[in-house]
Design a protein around this ligand. Structure first.
Ligand SMILES: NC(=O)c1ccc[n+]([C@@H]2O[C@H](COP(=O)([O-])OP(=O)(O)OC[C@H]3O[C@@H](n4cnc5c(N)ncnc54)[C@H](OP(=O)(O)O)[C@@H]3O)[C@@H](O)[C@H]2O)c1
Length: 359
């Protein structure tokens, strides 16, 4: 089988490096183009990284000396030379929005990590195990864009992927209200302990725009496809508090939830254990790994379970104010970013959206 040709926009960044690692031996996708800013353009990938490689496996040999393109000024060339792009650039929201539209209109599908289009009604936010049916908005989006093949699909904010699957498994009990407090790693801000020394021995109880994303993106994921765009679900009510903590990788969330119907702890565990993964190359063996030990899940111990694609859940107990409370952990640059995007691309590929001859 001929692999699809892929470009990574933002290939030198935290998320871009994860794409490079995850796609190294991918059965369906092959990285042909690495792109970043005009600072990196024209350099080899290794030169452009300039010591920033932050992954525990080496830079793939075949990409070390690949010349990096400019995601912006080389857009036409990139769009013509690949089947689709993964977008992980760090530009302003308006610049990102415009650039992703540009690629889509150049008939190049965009699978994005950026938040720029998450509120665009015709752009789906997809966690493949939860709302694969939202790919149904793509033909409507293409009509709006005037494209045959190009479209934009995005994955949600990194912290949402650590707790939403655990709540989704309980949806039949009619979730009424949720409070979520997140403890987010510094790689989520594109930082290391060297570049973010103020986080050492510290917690910062503010992450710009994060609480708003945490409260609204789940409602789009649980919403319905309509000709006018995705209509947001009106329940549950979600209140979020997000903090940056001194952890390199991995986001944790404490979740408190109320349900309309009675729920027992045994029901919860059964639902989590029976939440089956999809059968895609990047699917973890289990979506939710449940821990009974009272001091688990821990970020450092659990973030890499099933290649960083599983969500670890534990500390499940009854709550004196809400019905239940529990703790979730997932890897923010894998399940929460590059891995989640690759899984979405696999879903789009099996649904025919990435194969030009279907159009
Ligand atoms: N880190 C996470 O856990 C995470 C999770 C989910 C989503 N995200 C989102 O993913 C995106 C990337 O995050 P990151 O943490 O990987 O950021 P990062 O480490 O700062 O990397 C940013 C990338 O964007 C490129 N870039 C910066 N300015 C540019 C410009 N003007 N034109 C073209 N390219 C430009 C950089 O290229 P140069 O090296 O050439 O400057 C680099 O490749 C962000 O939108 C972020 O919000 C991040």
């Amino acid at each position: 089988m001929k692999k699809l040709s892929v470009a990574i926009l933002g290939a030198t960044g935290f998320v871009g490096q994860r794409f490079v690692q995850i796609l190294e031996n991918h059965p369906w996708f092959n990285i042909d183009i690495l792109a970043a800013s005009n600072k990196s353009c024209g350099k080899t990938y290794e030169e452009a990284l300039n010591g920033r490689w932050n992954i525990d496996t080496p830079i793939p040999e075949n990409l070390r000396s690949k010349i990096v393109l400019d995601s912006v000024s080389d857009a036409e060339k990139i769009a013509q030379s690949c089947d689709f792009v993964f977008s992980a650039i760090n530009m302003s929201k308006s610049e990102t929005k415009e650039l992703e539209y540009k690629y889509a209109k150049l008939e190049c599908p965009v699978i994005s990590n950026n938040s720029a289009h998450r509120e665009t009604p015709h752009v789906p936010i997809i966690i493949p195990e939860i709302n694969a049916n939202h790919t149904d908005i793509i033909p409507i989006q293409k009509k709006k864009l005037g494209t045959k093949f190009g479209f934009i699909a995005v994955k949600p904010n990194c912290s949402i992927q650590c707790f939403l699957p655990a709540l989704h498994a309980l949806k039949d009990f009619l979730i009424n209200s949720v409070v979520v407090c997140t403890y987010q790693a510094i790689s989520g801000a594109g930082k290391t302990f060297n570049s973010f020394p103020e986080i050492i021995d510290n917690i910062i109880p503010f992450i710009e725009n994060e609480e708003q994303k945490t409260e609204t993106e789940p409602l789009k994921i649980w919403g319905n496809v309509s000709p006018g765009g995705i209509v947001l679900a009106n329940r549950p009510k979600i209140s979020a508090h997000c903090s940056r903590v001194p952890v390199s990788d991995g986001h944790m969330a404490s979740v408190f939830a109320n349900f309309k119907t009675k729920i027992e702890l045994e029901d919860v565990i059964r639902r989590w254990q029976n939440f089956n993964p999809l059968r895609l190359p990047s699917s973890p063996k289990k979506i939710i790994t449940f821990f009974e030990d009272q001091d688990r899940p821990q970020t450092k111990l659990e973030r890499n379970i099933y290649n960083g694609m599983s969500i670890s859940v534990g500390r499940l107990r009854k709550c004196s104010i809400f019905d239940i409370k529990f703790v979730c952990v997932s890897h923010n640059t894998i399940r929460g970013a590059a891995g989640g995007s690759v899984l979405l691309a696999e879903l789009l590929y099996t649904s025919g959206y990435l194969t030009k001859n279907n159009f």
